[in-house]
Design a binder for this molecule. Structure first.
Ligand code: NAP
Length: 285
């Protein structure tokens, strides 16, 4: 059904997703606001040209403002008769507004935020959290499966809501682990013994081991998911939950920690750098 996919936003994730789609045999064109070359992908400097040559536009940009800027730049001529698949992490309200705008411009819209990061995009093992009409999901099934496992949650909003629910867990689990690891270290408790016991307990989450080395080595430069985007998502969760009468006081502290992380220069570092602002470093290392 799909012939050419135009991937818009060739940042950390968009570039990996475009490469994966091309490797899976899809005809892929790329566009990035700041012109960027991606090996094996034809990249265009002109957004309208991308829309003329692609029938499906796959968005992977920073936030809602970026999504709206892209859609308004494309206008009716670029959107009409196209399907827009949006994997950017945005709020349910933002996604619903985008869906209305795209429909008014004559296009179809599918929410497809993803769980997983660059390694999963590269290997085609992302989890795609879909919201939108069932016929649209069915029509793009092969394409979606090229990137991983799709789960159709329901109408527009549901995929975006599920994504924020997952990302809230990324933030709070990492912060909770940082605090416990910090106390263990400062009390001189053996970290290996602590981790061994944790792994055997019901409290264990695999993400703890994934981030342990970063924290022990104070090494956060190689970002898959940058801290600045986690802050965006925690803010989106807080705003979305407030509208649903869910108490998010717990997240105030986490937002503060992430804001401090940005001030300390960790915005583009891996989100696990939040450890540095929880377990305050006393001396240069
Ligand atoms: P990134 O590396 O920061 O890339 C952001 C992309 O958005 C860049 O291509 C950037 O273009 C583009 N962009 C920003 N503002 C724009 C605008 N106004 N108009 C057009 N393009 C604009 O981010 P990422 O890590 O790939 O993440 C992209 C999205 O996926 C975010 O919503 C993020 O929360 C979500 N996400 C990320 C991960 C992950 O592991 N990294 C996983 C799941 C979901 P320029 O190069 O010109 O700035």
């Amino acid at each position: 059904m799909n012939t050419t996919i135009g991937v818009i936003g060739l940042g950390l994730m968009g570039a990996a997703m475009a490469r994966r789609l091309a490797e899976a045999g899809w005809s892929v064109l790329g566009y990035n606001r700041t012109p960027r070359k991606i090996e094996g992908i034809e990249t265009l400097a002109d957004l309208p040209e991308l829309a003329r040559r692609a029938d499906t536009l796959w968005l992977m940009v920073s936030d809602d403002a970026a999504c709206r800027e892209v859609i308004e730049s494309l206008g009716e001529e670029g959107i009409r008769d196209h399907t827009v698949i949006n994997s950017s992490t945005i709020a349910p309200d933002e996604s619903a507004a985008l869906a209305r705008r795209i429909s008014a411009l004559g296009g179809a819209y599918l929410e497809a935020p993803v769980l997983g990061s660059i390694p999963q995009a590269t290997s085609g093992t992302l989890q795609l959290l879909l919201g939108g009409p069932a016929d649209l999901v069915a029509r793009h099934d092969n394409l979606l499966r090229a990137l991983g496992t799709p789960t159709h949650f329901g109408e527009i909003r549901s995929g975006a809501a599920a994504k924020l629910a997952f990302n809230q867990l990324i933030g709070t689990l990492t912060a909770a682990f940082s605090m416990s690891l910090g106390l263990v270290q400062r009390e001189g408790v053996d970290v290996d013994k602590f981790m061994g016991t944790l792994r055997e307990s019901a409290l264990y989450a695999p993400t703890f081991d994934k981030k342990l080395t970063n924290m022990l080595d104070h090494s956060f430069d190689k970002a898959n998911f940058p801290l600045k985007h986690l802050l965006k998502d925690i803010r989106l969760f807080t705003h979305s939950a407030a509208g649903r009468d869910i108490d998010t006081h717990l997240l105030i502290g986490l937002q503060h920690v992430l804001e401090e992380g940005i001030c300390a220069g960790h915005g583009n570092h891996d989100y696990s750098a939040l450890y540095e602002n929880i377990v305050r470093q006393r001396a240069a290392h």
